[in-house]
Design a protein around this ligand. Structure first.
Ligand code: NAI
Length: 331
């Protein structure tokens, strides 16, 4: 039998946490043969609710779940973890300046970076979900210099999955037959959902999405806007932000990272830019990646047309600006 993997979920008393922890405990994230011990962190204000989540996890009697550590102590939460899913953060409230929200998150991610660096298991993989996700991940990277940069990522898989969903709805095909969309850049409305390399499995082989949709106006306009604005549409409908889809995508992200992407398939992950596709090095930017043996690799050599180039640059500019703002918040 395998040794249990320790999985940290911060912000575990929140909405995404509530959807995510049962998925992890059922093996959706790490596989049906991988026992897990959940480490749940939240702030003292949410301690009672956090304990309620722990009680429900016990009551659900998940066979793979070998233990639950529910705590408001960052050191206890981070100790020995193999996977860290960072969902906790300070949300933007009405009337708040961007800089004030950034400042709160910079201080949270700075201190949690130090705790992970000191107490997590060697080779711990980190996924930042909390917004601003790319920049929170960058702060975490900067303040955990001994964690290799290849182990730090942010979630854009939800946007990737939303793009797959829109194509499958439009073409009336199974979502599992659509692949190789790309989310470039920031997990914000400046992201660029790109279908130029995406394909659909059909009875007569794989076909490019561009050829099947045959409506460039939709692909270059409404499709992009729908994916960019999907988070806002969910908030409008639910009066709460995406939670089950965010949780499910977080599981997809970690599962593919640890267990590998299928041959011929790539996914989108926010990772530390090495300058690929002329994206400034030193940003956490969403790229197409393949994963093998627990490591991701940016897919190289995809042709980028002029329309796409502008969009890749615009979202990079926004991230450079966010990075600069974050640096003004570091004290
Ligand atoms: P929520 O407000 O329901 O939960 C957040 C939890 O984090 C709360 O329980 C809060 O007490 C906790 N928290 C706050 N500060 C903390 C700290 N310093 N340490 C530990 N826990 C802390 O929010 P929800 O809906 O679960 O969303 C969580 C985050 O995920 C938000 O930042 C949201 O914007 C982001 N998000 C990101 C997505 C993505 O695709 N990257 C998609 C959807 C949401």
């Amino acid at each position: 039998a395998k040794e249990p993997a320790r999985v940290l979920v911060t912000g575990a008393a929140g909405q995404i946490g509530y959807a995510l922890v049962p998925m992890i405990a059922r093996g959706v994230m790490l596989g049906a043969d991988q026992p897990v011990i959940l480490h749940l962190l939240d702030i003292p204000f949410a301690a009672e609710a956090l304990n309620g989540v722990k009680m429900e996890l016990i009551d659900a009697a998940f066979p793979l779940l070998k233990g639950v550590v529910a705590t408001t102590d960052v050191v206890e939460a981070c100790t020995g973890v193999n996977i860290a899913v960072m969902v906790g953060g300070f949300p933007r409230k009405e009337g708040m300046e961007r800089k004030d929200v950034m400042s709160k998150n910079v201080s949270i991610y700075k201190s949690q970076a130090s705790a992970l660096e000191k107490y997590a298991a060697a080779n711990c993989k980190v996924l930042v979900v909390a917004n601003p996700a790319n920049t929170n991940a960058l702060i975490l990277k900067e303040f955990a210099p001994s964690i290799p940069e290849k182990n730090i990522s942010c979630l854009t898989r939800l946007d990737h999955n939303r793009a797959l969903g829109q194509v499958s709805e439009r073409l009336n095909v199974q979502v599992s037959d659509v692949k190789n969309v790309i989310i470039w850049g920031n997990h914000s409305s400046s992201q660029y959902p790109d279908v130029n390399h995406a394909t659909v499995k059909t009875p007569s082989g794989e076909k490019p999405v561009r050829g099947l949709v045959a409506d460039d106006a939709w692909l270059n306009g409404e499709f992009i806007a729908t994916v960019q604005q999907r988070g806002a549409a969910i908030i409008k409908a639910r009066k709460l932000s995406s939670a089950l889809s965010a949780a499910s995508s977080a599981c997809d992200h970690i599962r593919d990272w640890v267990l590998g992407t299928p041959e011929g398939t790539w996914v989108s992950m926010g990772v530390y830019s090495d300058g690929s596709y002329n994206v400034p090095a030193g940003l956490i930017y969403s790229f197409p990646v393949t994963c093998c043996n627990g490591d991701w690799k940016i897919v190289q050599g995809l042709p980028i047309d002029e329309f796409s180039r502008k969009k890749l640059d615009a979202t990079a500019d926004e991230l450079s600006e966010e990075k600069a703002l974050a640096y003004t918040c570091i004290n």
